[in-house]
Design a protein around this ligand. Structure first.
Ligand code: DP6
Length: 353
């Protein structure tokens, strides 16, 4: 049987008139990066992330039976048609698995806790919240068992945005088949339940060195990996990094954790700088922050490290026990590199609800 078949809903038609539900889903930050994909949102390599908590999206979704189904997106109280094609595309991709959707119009009222212009992508949290809403409707229609909801939500979220698959659960989640993760799948993410206690309540300070939306979308960046001169080496490196990181997470080996996480961030940006066309998403302040983090780690032996997503902002990761000196470091040194001195103190969280 095709593995996707198990995700086809038993609920075939829209048997209730109206359904309203609200879900919240967090953003996540990848430790081993997903960069490169094939077919219907299948990753070129496995990835693993911290699920965040402060940076999240809350969406109220109203499903209303209609013979001419439409989608309307209201962002922070303002009708925002620019987001609707992405939602339509998502609905087209998931209709096979949620046939009941064909009879419904959707009104989505959505808001992020992080400023829209902060450069933090809302696609992971936004798609995860929407996937949760679709699964809630499916459950109400009797199409899915309670025990299967989380996996289906991750499966659907992936079809909206790959990294969104990792925003349903927390605090540490992997997505993509990997030999060291027996229950891993390319189709949905799963919780990594074997981490050492030092990773309980890990912090992520998001240093907003550059506000504004990205110049190059992740979707375009992924597609540039198809003909990338270093693609095979990159996918092999990511697979090796997953093995090393899984061991570091289990053992609480922070030295090894830091080595993998920082190498992943720089490798991601190296792929961008060596693709055709090439592009650079880092800003001068990105490098200043990275160097300041290295100097602080050298001086204090406090195990802080950085990662980057597909943008200029820097994520400063550190264990809860070191929060006081690290806060002083952020206020005293790092803050000045942030646009309008803006940063977000976030930490690992438990996922969507
Ligand atoms: C660099 O999940 O945003 O953040 O599947 O095309 O929506 P699409 O891409 P997206 O890519 C995320 C890229 C990344 C790394 C990661 O989160 O693993």
């Amino acid at each position: 049987m095709d593995q996707n078949e198990e995700f086809i809903s038993a609920a075939q038609s829209p048997t209730i008139e109206r359904f309203e539900v609200t879900h919240t889903a967090p953003s996540n930050i990848a430790l081993v990066k997903y960069w490169g994909k094939h077919a219907a949102q299948l990753p070129a390599n496995a990835s693993i992330s911290f699920t965040l908590s402060a940076a999240h999206t809350t969406s109220k979704v109203v499903f209303e039976k209609s013979t001419t189904p439409k989608v309307a997106v209201v962002l922070e109280g303002v009708h925002t048609p620019a987001f609707e094609p992405k939602i339509e595309q998502f609905l087209d991709r998931i209709r096979l698995y949620c046939p009941f959707l064909k009879g419904y119009s959707l009104q989505i009222d959505t808001a992020n806790t992080f400023p829209h212009s902060s450069g933090i992508a809302s696609s992971a949290s936004g798609m995860a919240a929407l996937a949760m809403a679709v699964v809630s409707l499916e459950h109400t229609l009797g199409g899915i068992r309670e025990a299967d909801k989380t996996r289906k939500a991750s499966f659907l979220a992936r079809l909206g945005s790959g990294s969104a698959a990792r925003s349903i659960e927390g605090p540490i989640v992997s997505w993509g088949e990997h030999a060291e993760l027996p229950h891993s799948s390319d189709l949905y993410a799963t919780k990594f339940a074997q981490s050492h206690e030092v990773f309980n309540d890990y912090h992520d300070c998001i240093l907003i060195v550059h506000k504004g939306s990205k110049k190059v979308s992740s979707t375009l960046g992924h597609s540039l990996m198809n003909n990338h001169p270093y693609k095979d080496a990159r996918f092999e490196q990511a697979t090796r990094h997953m093995s090393k990181l899984v061991h570091a997470l289990k053992k609480g080996n922070l030295e090894s954790f830091i080595a993998v996480v920082e190498s992943e961030a720089l490798s991601l940006h190296a792929m961008m700088m060596t693709s055709s066309p090439y592009f650079v998403l880092m800003e001068p302040q990105t490098l200043m922050v990275i160097k300041a983090i290295w100097a602080f780690r050298e001086e204090t032996a406090i195990p802080v490290c950085f990662t980057l997503d597909a943008g200029a902002n820097v994520h400063l990761l550190y264990p809860n026990q070191h929060r006081e000196p690290v806060h002083q470091f952020i206020e005293g040194v790092l803050k000045k590199y942030c646009e309008d001195q803006f940063y977000i103190n976030d930490r690992c969280g438990t996922g969507a609800n």
